[in-house]
Design a protein around this ligand. Structure first.
Ligand SMILES: Nc1ncnc2c1ncn2[C@@H]1O[C@H](COP(=O)(O)OP(=O)(O)OP(=O)(O)O)[C@@H](O)[C@H]1O
Ligand SMILES: [Mg+2]
Length: 263
């Protein structure tokens, strides 16, 4: 049987390496994410988290190895995936309103750039504008939004795809505590039907919602139950636990008795 076509897996990654010229971003990653999982991807800055999401989306080409998504190639699966990129990569000067930005999520699902939006498109968009509590911003230019408001617009756009899988790259960075918990609650609800992969440094808040954690730092150090030992955190971050421990609850950190070398 061709394992790549197994319907139980949302993502099957085998021996994946991604290089940007001479920079090795990911090395020999093997990762299986079952359908319905809610995975938190953690790791320090520059450890390859965004690159991993981009490989799943087909936005970066593997130097080595294979990626299968929902039993398809990343390109074929694209219209079934909602993606919230790291906000820093968004062109804030692009002259587009919040409503238009969210509506563009429908293009991923529909026939492409020349699709004429229909009633169904507007209904779905209105629904997610309400759910993300940004309906009052519908006519605002995205360039005028605060960082947290923009994040919510990007999440609404990803959900407008009505995806089978949702990839979020630090969706709550710079978002206030109330809005973050609101977003996590929404994700928990969506996770009843779809697989969610979230990159986050917000381990404390998100840990209660996750079904598994993947720790990467070029290589995959761990994927499993969202309770981590301090040794593992040390290994992944290469820093004393204390430096990252604010934000990581006991439940996640487990054994606190070990220190580590300085960064
Ligand atoms: N387009 C690119 N061209 C060259 N190097 C890149 C490119 N994108 C990422 N890199 C490099 O690849 C490595 C992994 O980057 P990546 O963005 O995946 O890390 P990250 O874990 O998402 O980091 P952060 O927490 O800062 O968002 C880094 O060394 C980065 O400098
Ligand atoms: Mg990143």
């Amino acid at each position: 049987m061709n394992i790549d076509a197994q319907p139980d897996y949302a993502v099957l990654i085998k021996d994946l390496s991604v290089d940007y010229g001479k920079i090795a971003a990911l090395q020999a990653i093997d990762l299986q994410i079952p359908q319905g999982d809610f995975v938190g991807i953690i790791g320090p800055n520059g450890s390859g988290k965004s690159s991993l999401l981009k490989a799943i989306l087909g936005l970066v080409r593997p130097t080595k190895g294979t990626v299968s998504v929902l039993g398809m190639s990343p390109g074929e699966a694209r219209s079934s995936i909602g993606y919230v990129p790291q906000a820093a990569n968004i062109d804030r000067d692009f002259p587009i309103t919040v409503g238009e930005a969210v509506l563009m999520g429908r293009l991923v699902k529909r026939a492409g750039l020349f699709h004429r939006y229909d009633q169904e498109d507007h209904k779905v968009v209105d629904h997610y504008l309400q759910r993300l509590e940004i309906a009052d911003l519908v006519d605002r230019q995205i360039g005028q939004l605060s960082g947290g408001q923009l994040k919510r617009v990007l999440i609404a756009r990803a959900l407008a795809v009505e995806p089978r899988m949702l990839l979020l790259d630090e969706p709550t960075a710079g978002v206030d505590t109330y809005s973050s918990s609101h977003i996590y609650e929404l994700l928990r609800e969506l996770n009843r039907d779809i697989t969610i992969i979230i990159v986050t440094h917000d381990t404390l808040a998100v840990s209660a919602y996750l079904k598994s954690i993947a720790c990467i730092n070029q290589s995959l150090y761990y994927h499993g139950d969202p309770s981590l030992s301090s040794e593992l955190i040390m290994k992944v971050y290469g820093c004393p636990v204390e430096l990252i421990a604010h934000g990581v609850p006991h439940r996640v950190l487990g054994d606190h008795s070990h220190g580590g070398p300085s960064c």
